[in-house]
Design a protein around this ligand. Structure first.
Ligand code: PXG
Length: 463
């Protein structure tokens, strides 16, 4: 399908409206205006069917870490598809692609996390995590330990269990979720809720909400705590340094498995290979997806530390779980090549020492804008708070949908930036150049300033 012909936009939009139900979308509203059709991509840029170029400040959905248009990844897929387009690991078989990827992950993962199980999406990895946690406690002869705690504002995916684990409340009513056995604690959001408290004290206090909840529910009933190192879709809230060591202490004290959801933070995004390293935490289970293949293939993995890994490996019975596509050869081949690229091009070091600090410095300039409050960053993640009154830290009335308005200005002006509430979020590809960061920041400023103009607020030329 040639995608560059302008006159096909309307046809695609009509077919899309007639036949395609989009994820997380008001179908009627979208169909009235027609979807934007993205037809090709290269490096950090996308092109739509009208020929407009956009800089992709979100790396797709937080995933295209090595950038678009990598021939090597296409070649890896092609050659695996020719050699072994499909085989599985169900009936006492395996294949080199899954074996080599599992071994590679064992080498990259935090010490002790030597085993992985494959799936095809972040949701499936999390669903698998919850099943393995339940199985683990059953194997231990403690079947009463079944409650999964997670945080408000968490995004862990959309399967029945992953959505139940998620703490974004709009994800629940349409499906009568959460399922029984899921409990929440408040999250850590220093800028919005930390007030004037020292952020480290606030971080400790919020970690102790986990302890309070465990004691309330009874430690003998709590199976696990699931947590993103940094909230992604929930609004890129970043924990103070004090938070995770305290979470770790509490999980150990009450014998609660710690499950880290690294679907966004994995594979370098935070400036270390994993958020676990950035925040100094040792999880029992770790979910990975997105950056594992840089989005070139659907694949996810669940890393198992010694507790769960040893228990399953020595259970002496069949573990009744797995997907047709678990460890798909093409997805594994692409992931292996993707990890090779990240290592060969030193992309994780680049984020820690070069482009990450440059990005942070430039993006933080946006805080000079009269409508921008806090700008926080970690590695190649940034959150920009649009404020009704930055001096008193007053947020806009959510009904005004200021973030969506700003996001629309971004799109119209050639930048993909995502909004959660009025928090604008960036997660660009790791290969973004200094000049492209400059371009991105210029466009972000412009979109914010246009939003301020529309609201009748003070505007400012910049950055
Ligand atoms: N965990 C985390 C931390 C995620 O960010 C998932 C699990 C689920 O992964 P799958 O592959 O099942 O989608 C995610 C996914 C957004 C957005 O708009 C974020 C995600 C997915 C779709 C949209 O920010 N994150």
């Amino acid at each position: 399908m040639r995608a560059s012909t302008h006159n096909r936009t309307k046809d695609w939009q009509a077919l899309d409206a007639a036949h395609h139900i989009h994820p997380f979308t008001d179908t009627a509203a979208l169909n009235k205006k027609g979807a934007r059709v993205i037809t090709r991509a290269k490096g950090v840029h996308l092109w739509d069917s009208e020929g407009h170029r956009l800089i992709d400040g979100m790396a797709g959905l937080w995933c295209v870490n090595v950038g678009y248009g990598r021939e090597e990844l296409a070649d890896a897929a092609y050659s695996a598809m020719r050699e072994l387009p499909y085989y599985n690991a169900f009936f006492q078989t395996t294949h080199p692609y899954a074996v080599e990827l599992a071994a590679k992950l064992a080498q990259l993962l935090p010490a002790g996390m030597t085993r992985v199980l494959f799936a095809n999406s972040g949701s499936e990895a999390n669903d698998s995590a919850l099943k393995l946690i339940r199985y683990y406690w059953n194997l231990q002869g403690r079947p009463e330990k079944k409650i999964h705690i997670s945080r408000e504002y968490a995004y862990h995916g959309v399967t029945m269990a992953a959505a139940s684990l998620s703490g974004l409340t709009p994800m629940h009513p349409q499906w009568d979720l959460p399922l029984p056995g899921f409990a929440k604690i408040p999250t850590v959001y220093p800028y919005a809720w930390g007030g004037d408290q020292d952020p480290e004290d606030y971080g400790l206090a919020m970690a102790r909400k986990l302890e309070e909840r465990i004691l309330e529910l009874g430690a003998d009933r709590v199976a696990s705590f699931s947590v993103e190192p940094i909230h992604g879709a929930g609004g890129l809230m970043m924990p103070p340094r004090s938070y995770f060591p305290e979470i770790q202490r509490i999980c150990r004290k009450y014998d609660v498995l710690l499950h880290l959801d690294e679907v966004i933070t994995g594979f370098g995004r935070t400036g270390e290979w994993f958020g676990a390293q950035t925040y100094g935490v040792e999880p029992d289970l770790m979910s990975m997806a997105k950056g594992l293949s840089s989005g070139y293939q659907p694949i996810s993995a669940l890393g198992l530390g010694p507790r769960v890994g040893d228990a399953i490996s020595s259970a002496n019975e069949e573990m009744v779980h797995g997907f047709t596509w678990s460890g798909h050869p093409v997805a594994c081949a692409v992931s292996l090549k993707n990890l090779e690229i990240i290592e060969r091009e030193n992309l994780v070091d680049r984020i820690r020492t070069d482009i990450g600090p440059y990005f942070a410095g430039r993006v933080k300039e946006l805080a000079r804008h009269p409508m921008v409050g806090e700008v926080r960053t970690q590695g190649l993640l940034a959150a920009i708070e649009l404020m009704d009154d930055k001096t008193t830290r007053k947020f806009f009335d959510p009904k005004r949908d200021v973030g969506t308005h700003c996001r629309n200005h971004c799109f119209s002006n050639g930048l993909v930036m995502r909004a959660t509430r009025d928090t604008m979020m960036l997660s660009p590809p790791f290969v973004i150049s200094h000049a492209e960061v400059d371009e991105l920041v210029g466009l972000a400023w412009k979109a914010i300033d246009l939003t301020a103009r529309d609201l009748g607020r003070e505007t400012m030329v910049g950055p």
